[in-house]
Design a protein around this ligand. Structure first.
Ligand SMILES: Cc1ncc(COP(=O)(O)O)c(C=O)c1O
Length: 517
């Protein structure tokens, strides 16, 4: 019998892989440097090339694995067990402490809130949507908790923090206590209290033990957000207990992709109590597919970030983490001294008493305007010298006080090796701009047509407004400056109504990733 000859089934790649990788490398050249300490936010460079190589190899080994099902891919469960045990031992947990590896700080915070909300609802025989419990937290709590309140239908009850002096940026425990006592039903409508160890904006250490005592007395759970401090503060000398050692702390988040130096995509959420962790799971058998049991927000998930984080913890161990945290601490103290010490930078001051490897810098209100250094104008001048600092807006608090606009520095182990270049750049930039005020947002606002801040803005109008203030989409080339100097942008952020500026920023970022043709 004559069979037809099989047709050739040849896979022709549209592009040679080497050419694809070359194109990727060309795009990467437009990125801010991730290594070497030039960018003092977003990236956490331990300065140990072997760790990068190890993380890459571990992630590659796990690349095809689907973390969705640890019964099929058994390595996932083994790795997660190890990482949770490491974090539990480091953060004061005990044999009953349980946890989950998530995709990052935001996911850990979201899940802490979801678990608290669902536990609160279940205790009252309610279902989501039938009540809006409160989430009580300082105004400095990470924006991930605003997102969580938004997504999970909680009332966000933000407590002003101390605005001035040595405890600036930290919340007063009594102010939290007043909120616990002050709801319509006392503390009964509070699903969760959150404090930070430390806060991202100012590296302020909230008074964990005092808040925990108040929360425990009213039966409210307390989450400590140690996303940024979790793998550094255990090696900071002289701190009062802030983790699961403190009675009343019910959960802690700590990011592996920050001071455990894992590639992005890894954080740990620990719960003191098994049942609260179980409340974080989503499970359903009510569809005609496989039974779904998700401990995190994603379904299918890469095993890569988990494997990379696991490998780094194995390689470093506690001692390695302590050594790297020690380098970051040395650099942080040196920077603090360079700005605030006896021979510091005139016109600037460090906010409060920062704890951990980060700090915020504000203008010094104690000097005359001609001697003052605006922190955002300074950050732009520092950027001109090749170092990227992060501008943070000021904030009017509900008690009438104002948190000043600041510039944030996240300090990593590599910073210690580049202080000899960084400190002179910080000084020289301050000398360049001393006495120069921040841009006048009024002039920028004058370029805008009258806007009703309450009217919804469509995409085309938002784009027109962005063009009007010189923040249009640009020509689409990756090397085209996407935003430019921070001082005018942040002045605008503070001057415009929040809802309007948030909508404009959405438009700016959304247009950045729209296909160009
Ligand atoms: C205290 C704190 N919480 C939460 C987050 C959110 O983490 P991620 O950016 O990994 O989602 C951060 C990030 O800097 C943080 O500092």
């Amino acid at each position: 019998m004559n069979r037809p000859a099989p047709t050739a089934d040849v896979l022709d790649l549209a592009q040679d892989p080497a050419a694809v990788l070359a194109a990727l490398a060309a795009l990467r050249r437009h990125d801010a440097p991730t290594h070497g300490g030039r960018v003092l936010s977003y990236v956490y460079d331990p300065g140990v090339p072997e760790l990068d190589a190890l993380a890459g190899d571990a992630a590659h080994a796990m690349q095809p694995v689907n973390g969705l099902d640890p019964t099929t891919f058994r390595s996932v469960a083994a790795l997660e067990r190890d990482v949770v045990a490491f974090a539990r031992d480091l953060l004061g947990g005990d044999a009953d402490t349980v946890g989950t590896v998530t995709s990052g700080g935001t996911e850990s915070c979201l899940l802490a809130v979801q678990s608290a909300r669902d536990t609160w609802l279940a205790a009252r025989g309610l279902r989501p949507g039938e009540a809006r419990p409160r989430l009580v937290a300082p105004v400095t709590v990470h924006a991930a908790f605003q997102k969580a309140a938004h997504l999970y239908g909680l009332e966000l009850d933000l407590v002003p923090v101390v605005a001035e002096g040595p405890t600036a940026g930290a919340v007063d425990a009594n102010a939290v206590g007043a909120r616990l006592a002050g709801g319509p039903q006392g503390a009964d409508d509070v699903a969760l209290v959150v404090v930070s160890a430390p806060s991202y904006p100012h590296a302020a250490a909230d008074p964990v033990a005092d808040v925990a005592a108040l929360a425990a007395a009213t039966g409210v759970p307390l989450h400590v957000d140690a996303c940024i401090g979790g793998f550094a503060l255990p090696f900071w000398p002289g701190l009062p207990a802030w983790d699961l050692r403190v009675p009343g702390v019910t959960s802690v988040s700590a990011d592996l992709h920050k001071y455990a130096f894992a590639p992005k995509g890894a954080s740990v959420l620990l719960h003191r109590d098994r049942d609260r962790q179980r409340a974080q799971y989503f499970a359903t058998t009510r569809w005609p597919g496989y039974p779904v049991v998700n401990p995190t927000l994603l379904g299918s998930r890469s095993g890569g970030p988990l494997a990379a984080a696991w490998a780094i913890l194995q390689a470093l161990g506690r001692d390695g983490l302590a050594t790297l945290a020690g380098r970051a601490r040395r650099a942080t103290l040196a920077l603090r001294d360079a700005i605030d010490g006896p021979d510091g930078i005139a016109g600037l001051r460090v906010v409060g008493s920062p704890v951990g490897p980060l700090l915020a810098v504000a203008a010094d209100p104690a000097v005359t305007a001609d001697r003052r250094v605006d922190p955002h104008v300074w950050a732009d001048a520092v950027a001109g010298r090749g170092w990227v600092l992060q501008a943070q807006p000021g904030l009017d608090q509900a008690d009438g006080t104002r948190l000043p606009h600041t510039t944030h520095l996240t300090v990593t182990p590599v910073t210690d090796g580049v202080l000899g270049e960084l400190v002179p750049a910080l000084r020289a930039a301050a000398d360049d701009v001393r006495g120069r005020p921040r841009p006048d947002a009024g002039a920028l606002l004058g370029a805008l047509p009258p806007i009703d801040p309450d009217a919804p803005l469509d995409s085309a109008t938002a784009a027109e407004l962005l063009d009007g203030i010189g923040l249009g989409a640009g020509d689409g080339e990756p090397d085209a400056p996407s935003v430019g100097p921070m001082a005018p942008l942040l002045a605008l952020v503070e001057a415009l109504p929040a809802a309007l500026v948030e909508r404009l920023l959405v438009e700016l970022l959304a247009r950045l990733v729209e296909p160009r043709s």
